[in-house]
Design a protein around this ligand. Structure first.
Ligand code: GLN
Length: 548
């Protein structure tokens, strides 16, 4: 049976609960335990798949095709444990399930209520995979006191009662604001937040306190006294230069020890932190210099929209011991500005995934600039599709080449669809079909699919393999019927779905590093195991930087 750690937050949102959970997961692994991390989100969307990146940051896709919260990306990056569909749930999903059951008559005519029907559904969810790991870490989204969070708090309270004593602990993350005028850290908001938790029956075992200033012993003792936790379970969490310092910083602050103490695990196994010492050393000592990468995308104002991409670039930099400076360029600027003038001076160009027509002509220009000027180029999903459109227009002279996605949007036929809407594909041993006007929420090729790489291709060299599995999230595909025509002009289809029907990777023959991939390699990169494409893309950028 797993031990459960519930992570909640109070005072304000965005305190880094996800990061604290992920770092704790990594620390428990360093002590030899197996872990799984889970996110329980109180919002009413069924999943984040249809939420705008402006609202919610990136959608993180799991191998088994779930569209989840970006916190699951943190979990994976820190623990290396591949997240699953069953690691992310929202109120929307819970209520959908409960209402479906009600319609089916599963409740035998009973009145359906939050307690016990909704809470039971949440508890069943938390318990999935109970036998598989030593520790299950469950983060509750939002802050204590939020109306929509109540069923989740009630569920974890009940859950801890259902399990044998000592099987569940609660960790609460709060903020200690600093009052400049009096030069003091204030503990009162934390006291109130803990009071709120206790009023719904949850007594935290560990307090994690975010603070911009060192927390004096006196204040720690006060927090312990007023919040009814042990003094060594008040864990300070100071701002960090990089998120990858979090495991070592939390270890130093005593978090993992406090957790093991709370479970009464004694003697605690000693941690082996060499992986994180190496990660930290690499990120703080980029002694080979710096590279500049332009990311030409749509949601450029919001870093979280491309979270995994910026992390994967950082990982690539760590591997090569360079600092990767990323600059986000709104693709739309190329409608009025010359791409060449704006893109000169970058060591590499990346065009990320995206949806919709806005900005795509700019992305096409960025791809063209990179191809013609032999600047390393990585096109991800839409970035690959636009690279194919660019080559079709400018090399194969299919002047009106485009994607059916944009025709579909405008409701007319303006383009020759070199990228078309896929209606049917093979998933394992079954065929999946969809209609053009399916619901926005469930029409994509999602999750892990295998691809076969051509031996001798650039990309096979990068992976050091010809069989790969990568995560997908898209509706449209490059049309295989243009393969011959494009390959004649140097755009090689070097990776295909195993049945040979769906182009997965394109690369330019006559170019030092020009690769487009239909999938999202960034989702699988880790600081301690950078994704091969990002590792090599940054290496190519470094090489490029020595040329100019
Ligand atoms: N909009 C494109 C498609 O649906 C690309 C999606 C993406 O970049 N994730 O195929």
């Amino acid at each position: 049976m797993a031990r459960y750690i519930f992570i909640t937050g109070g005072v304000v949102s965005s305190l880094g609960k996800g990061l604290a959970s992920a770092a704790l997961g990594a620390l428990l692994q360093a002590r030899g335990y197996s872990v799984r991390l889970r996110k329980l989100d109180p919002y009413l969307n069924v999943d984040p798949g249809t939420m705008s990146p402006f609202e919610h940051g990136e959608v993180f896709v799991t191998d088994d095709g779930a569209e989840t919260d970006l916190d699951l990306g943190h979990y994976e990056r820190f623990t290396g444990v591949a997240a699953r569909q069953t690691d992310s749930i929202s109120s929307g999903r819970v209520y959908t399930t409960v209402l479906e059951k009600e319609r089916r008559g599963d409740y035998l005519g009973k009145t359906i209520q939050v307690i016990p029907h909704v809470t039971n559904e949440i508890k069943d969810f938390i318990n999935i995979g109970d036998e598989e790991v030593d520790f299950m870490l469950c983060e509750i989204g939002g802050t204590v006191g939020d109306i929509e969070g109540l069923p989740f708090f009630e569920s974890i309270r009940q859950f801890s009662q259902d399990k044998p004593r000592g099987q569940c602990i609660f960790m609460h993350l709060t903020l200690l604001p600093y009052l400049g005028a009096s030069g003091e850290l204030k503990t009162k908001p934390t006291q109130h937040s803990v009071k709120e938790l206790r009023s719904i029956g949850i007594a935290p075992d560990i307090l994690v306190c975010r603070s911009e200033h060192p927390i004096p012993e006196k204040e720690k003792a006060k927090l312990a006294l007023f919040c009814n936790v042990r003094p060594d379970s008040v864990i300070p969490a100071y701002d960090l230069e990089t998120i990858y310092d979090a495991p070592l910083a939390y270890h130093k602050a005593g978090m993992d020890q406090a957790v093991l103490d709370a479970f009464g695990i004694s003697p605690a196994p000693q941690p082996d932190l060499t992986v994180w010492e190496d990660v930290s050393d690499r990120i703080h000592n980029p002694d080979k210099g710096e590279v500049k990468v332009a990311i030409v995308g749509k949601y450029t104002q919001l870093g979280d929209a491309y979270k995994s991409i910026s992390e994967a670039l950082t990982h690539g930099g760590m591997f090569n011991r360079v600092k990767v400076r990323t600059e986000w360029i709104d693709a739309e600027v190329f409608e009025n500005e010359d791409a060449a003038a704006r893109l000169a001076g970058y060591d590499a160009i990346l065009v990320p995934g995206g949806f919709g027509e806005r900005g795509t002509e700019g992305k096409i220009k960025a791809a063209q600039f990179a191809r013609e000027n032999k600047v390393p180029y990585l096109g991800i999903c839409l970035g690959m599709q636009m690279a194919v459109v660019e080559a079709a227009r400018n090399l194969a002279k299919i002047e009106n080449a485009g994607s059916e996605e944009f025709d579909h949007e405008a409701g007319d036929k303006r383009f020759e669809p070199v990228v078309y809407h896929l209606k049917e594909w093979v998933e394992g041993n079954r065929t999946v079909a969809r209609a053009v006007d399916d619901d926005k929420g469930g029409t994509m090729r999602l999750g892990a699919y295998n691809a076969t790489l051509s031996a001798g291709s650039k990309v096979a060299e990068v992976y050091g393999d010809t069989a790969i599995s990568e995560r997908h999230r898209h509706r449209y595909e490059v049309d295989i019927k243009y393969r011959e025509q494009l390959e004649k002009h140097g755009l090689i289809f070097s990776g295909m779905s195993p049945d040979g029907k769906l182009p997965e990777i394109v690369e330019c023959a006559d170019h030092p590093w020009y690769i487009g991939v239909q999938y999202h390699p960034e989702l699988k990169s880790k600081p301690f195991a950078p994704h091969p494409l990002f590792r090599d893309f940054v290496r190519a950028a470094l090489e490029q930087s020595t040329l100019v």
